[in-house]
Write a protein that binds this ligand. Structure first.
Ligand code: HEM
Length: 510
């Protein structure tokens, strides 16, 4: 089987295929938009050394790969080995039965009930963030507002939250504390994945042909990228050992942080189904990565969209006032998760921003066996047939485009490319893809984001705090675009050298 009859963009280089141009694209989505217009939601691309790949955003294909097929579309060697570099033997890179075992032990720490325990953590960090921004605004202008780069403080807030919720550790990042773990992690993705040198693109493309014994040596490579990963894992493991000792000693019985729950649920498992020590330590490195930039960048995009749409900001403010009135009427003192879920418009805004700005714009999978991939949207083959079935050979890489699926007109309507939170108010069934709101942003199926409820509650709490406290406006001539550094980073268009930044004009409301 071959994808020979599937159409796709012209291949710019026999050696690199489309790989180099994709890694160096000016902004997330620009190539996809062009290719999608020419070929529809499914087409053929080429990797290094002539490897053929299938690229798809088709809802039925995504459902097949992520939902129906279970472990039969694994992440593949490259994604797994890269994952191991920064998250060790944790859940993000475990495969098959190992993944199933790890997920079973970790699930209880992410249950809806458990979330309630995190609410005060989210609230405290959100309030601290408000104070910090107020201080920053007052330094130069006691009255009125000014433009500040919201990204650094959002990053620190997300770090404080994951420190406390996941490990019961006070990082104090918002208060300017230097933390060894946070430092080892700082800009890890941007430094290691953004615009990789061409040799590294070619080198990584060979990994799928290497035996496991050789793959195991990659982490010891002496170049900058690999050294950074090593030092991050070393620090995370060292700190992790201390934390696990504290939590296993029983001194912390009743603690509700994720690692405590994990240590407890690991104890209650059969010896054969437990996590090993390395797996346990790897979850620390994994959680820190999974819950940090994802949240900070998602919040940055969310506030950017609201700054561009002040009328939606005001609607959220009105919804907060109405909810506060209901809370006071029942004599309680603050929002419960149910109150936050009942804020229909606020939640529509969160969904709309997650739709347009998925922090993982593509997800990669590999066919574990020969298969037929079903499509919802027919494609025209080179030989002129229309088809809704593509034969896939075992080992073929599938690039699942979250970014494009989230913008498909066939799913989201004619205005799919533009901001319109109201689309989430009509309750129309669109597709049945993903773990949340028909979006692929948290991925889907058995490997979908385990922290999506955690993330959603954190976004709800922080957003309500910030919109109640500040008015956000967009400074003149600022446009933010996304760059793909493994995760989508927001930068000011044309100012890549200045790094991650989202400058917004803030003024204090209360
Ligand atoms: C807006 C915030 C977030 C987004 C958009 C997001 C998105 C994702 C995506 C797309 C994946 C799949 C990755 C892949 O298949 O390679 C994933 C996996 C994961 N996420 Fe999240 N995530 C977010 C927040 C969080 C938080 C707050 C936590 C933990 C507290 C978390 C923990 C995880 C873990 C452990 C996995 C691996 C799950 C597995 O392989 O079984 N995420 N996330």
């Amino acid at each position: 089987q071959s994808l020979n009859d599937i159409r796709g963009p012209v291949v710019p280089s026999r050696l690199f295929g489309h790989e180099k141009m994709a890694r160096y694209s000016e902004e997330v989505g620009d190539l996809e938009l062009q290719w999608g217009r020419a070929f529809g939601p499914t087409f053929r691309t080429q990797g290094c050394y002539g490897e053929e790949k299938l690229w798809t955003a088709d809802p039925k294909a995504l459902q097949h790969v992520f939902h129906t097929s279970g472990y039969r579309y694994p992440k593949g060697t490259l994604v797994t080995e890269v994952g191991k570099l920064f998250s060790g033997e944790g859940i993000l890179s475990a495969a098959g039965d190992d993944h199933r075992r790890q997920r079973k032990i970790m699930n209880p720490a992410f249950s809806t009930g458990q979330l309630r325990a995190f609410l005060p953590v989210f609230r405290r960090s959100a309030a601290r963030l408000s104070e910090k921004w107020k201080e920053e605004l007052q330094i130069t202008l006691p009255f009125g507002g000014r433009a500040i780069n919201i990204s650094p403080m959002l990053g620190r807030m997300a770090l404080d939250v994951v420190g406390e919720a996941a490990f019961d550790d006070q990082f104090g990042a918002l208060d300017g504390n230097e933390n060894e773990l946070a430092r080892a992690f700082d800009s890890l993705f941007a430094d290691s994945f953004l615009h990789p040198p061409p040799w590294d693109i070619l080198f990584k493309a060979t990994w799928r042909y290497l035996p496991p014994s050789v793959l195991g040596l990659i982490k010891y490579l002496p170049t900058k990228e690999y050294k950074r990963f090593r030092s991050y894992l070393r620090v995370a493991f060292r700190r992790g050992k201390e934390l696990i000792e504290q939590k296993s000693s029983g001194a912390e019985k009743g603690s509700k942080d994720i690692m405590s729950i994990l240590v407890q649920s690991n104890l209650s498992e059969d010896a054969e189904t437990r996590l090993s020590e390395v797996e346990m330590l790897s979850q620390i490195a994994t959680l820190l990565i999974a819950a940090h930039d994802s949240i900070a960048n998602t919040l940055a995009w969310l506030l950017y969209e609201l700054a561009r749409h002040p009328e939606d900001q005001q609607k959220i403010r009105d919804e907060i006032i109405a909810t506060r009135a209901r809370i006071e009427a029942r004599h309680s003192d603050d929002f419960t998760p149910a109150d936050l879920d009942a804020m229909i418009f606020t939640n529509a805004v969160i969904k709309e921003s997650l739709r347009l700005h998925p922090v993982a714009p593509v997800l990669v999978r590999e066919a574990g066996y020969d298969d037929i991939l079903p499509l919802a949207v027919p494609i025209q083959t080179k030989s002129g047939k229309a088809t809704t079935e593509i034969p896939i050979a075992s080992g073929t890489q599938i690039t699942a485009s979250v970014w494009t699926y989230n913008r498909l007109e066939s799913v989201w309507g004619g205005d799919a490319a533009v901001w319109n939170p109201a689309r989430f108010l009509d309750h129309k069934e669109r597709t049945n893809v993903g773990v949340f709101a028909n979006l692929m942003t948290f991925s889907a199926g058995i490997r979908g984001c385990i922290g999506w409820r955690f993330a959603l509650l954190e976004l709800q709490v922080v957003l309500t705090e910030l919109i109640e406290t500040f008015d956000f406006r967009i400074p003149k001539d600022v446009e933010i675009v996304g760059l793909n550094a493994g995760i989508m980073m927001p930068i000011v268009k044309g100012k890549l050298k200045e790094g991650v930044q989202v400058p917004l004009h803030l003024s204090v409301l209360r």
